[in-house]
Design a protein around this ligand. Structure first.
Ligand SMILES: Nc1ncnc2c1ncn2[C@@H]1O[C@H](COP(=O)(O)OP(=O)(O)OP(=O)(O)O)[C@@H](O)[C@H]1O
Length: 251
C-alpha cells in the first residue's frame, strides 16, 4: 500500500493521561480516512500532532516519506499538510472571496502585503472563486466575512484550505455546529473532494462517516484498535464493544 502518512508508536501524555498511547496509523494516498472513537479517545490530540500544534512525547510521523514529527506548522503547510481551522485569520471586513484570494496568495509563500490591492488581482480571484464555488458559497462570496452565518463561515474556512491545494486535508469535526442543510452541503462537498486529495476526517456524525469514508480507524484510549473498510469496522466486535453506551454504530 502506498502510505502518504505513517504514524508509529505515537505517545502524548497530559498529566499522566495517555491521549496517544503508542498509536500506529497508516493513511493511504488519495483515500478519505475517518478517525472515530468515543469521547476522550484522543482524536483531536492525534490531529493536533499531525498538524504540528501538539508536540508528541515519543513516536514518529512520516508524511510523503519525510519525518515531520518535530517540524513546525508552517513548514508542514509548505509540504502540503493543511488543517481546516488552521485558518483563523479570517479578515472580517473583507468579503468571502477576498479572504479566499488571500489564502491563494499564502499558498505561494508570500506575505499578505497590501490587502485591498492584493485581493483584487485576477490571478488570485480566479482560483479563489473556484474554491468558493466548490464549497457552495457562491451566493455569499461578496458578503463581508463578518456577516456570514456560522455554517457559511465553516464553508469559508474550508474554501480557504482548499485554495491552498493541500496534499492532505485534516478535518476536525467539519459538521460541528452546522444546520442539517449545511451538514448536507459539507457531506456533498467531501464526496466531491474524495479521490482528489487525501483527507483525514474526525467526525461524530457516524452516518456521515460511514457514507463518506474509504477506510475508518477506531481510536480507543489513545490506540487504534481497528482499521479497515466501513463494512469491516461496522461488524468488528472490538468496535461494537467500544461503542456500547455511546450512540451506537450506524447500521
Ligand atoms: N491540553 C490538554 N490538557 C490536559 N488534558 C488533555 C488536553 N488535551 C486533551 N486532554 C485529555 O486527553 C484525552 C484525549 O482528548 P482528545 O480531546 O484528544 O479526545 P477526543 O477523542 O478528541 O475527544 P472528543 O470526541 O470528546 O472531542 C482526554 O482525556 C482529554 O481530557
Amino acid at each position: 500500500m502506498n502510505s502518504l502518512l505513517e504514524v508509529k508508536r505515537l505517545t502524548k501524555r497530559f498529566r499522566g493521561i495517555a491521549a496517544s498511547d503508542g498509536l500506529d496509523l497508516k493513511v493511504t494516498r488519495g483515500e478519505l480516512h475517518a478517525i472515530i472513537g468515543p469521547n476522550g479517545a484522543g482524536k483531536s490530540t492525534l490531529i493536533g500532532q499531525l498538524s504540528g500544534e501538539i508536540t508528541p512525547d515519543s513516536g514518529s510521523i512520516a508524511f510523503d516519506g519525510v519525518d515531520i514529527t518535530h517540524m513546525p506548522i508552517h513548514k508542514r503547510a509548505l509540504l502540503g499538510v493543511a488543517r481546516s481551522y488552521q485558518i483563523t485569520s479570517v479578515f472580517e471586513e473583507l468579503t468571502a472571496l477576498q479572504n479566499v484570494a488571500l489564502a491563494v496568495q499564502a499558498r505561494s509563500g508570500h506575505s499578505f502585503g497590501v490587502l485591498g490591492e492584493v485581493a483584487q488581482e485576477w490571478k488570485l480571484l480566479e482560483p479563489a472563486s473556484q474554491a468558493i464555488e466548490a464549497v457552495g458559497l457562491s451566493e455569499s462570496m461578496n458578503h463581508p466575512a463578518a456577516l456570514l452565518a456560522h455554517g457559511a463561515r465553516r464553508q469559508l474556512e474550508l474554501a480557504m484550505v482548499l485554495a491552498m491545494r493541500p496534499k492532505i486535508l485534516l478535518l476536525d469535526e467539519p459538521m460541528a455546529g452546522t444546520s442539517p442543510t449545511e451538514s448536507k452541503q459539507i457531506v456533498g462537498l467531501l464526496k466531491k473532494l474524495r479521490g482528489t486529495m487525501t483527507i483525514v476526517l474526525i467526525e461524530h456524525d457516524l452516518q456521515a462517516v460511514f457514507e463518506l469514508a474509504d477506510r475508518i480507524s477506531v481510536l480507543v484510549y489513545g490506540k487504534v484498535i481497528a482499521s479497515g473498510h466501513p463494512d469491516e469496522i461496522r461488524s468488528d466486535p472490538r468496535v461494537i464493544e467500544a461503542y456500547i453506551g455511546e450512540e451506537g454504530l450506524v447500521s
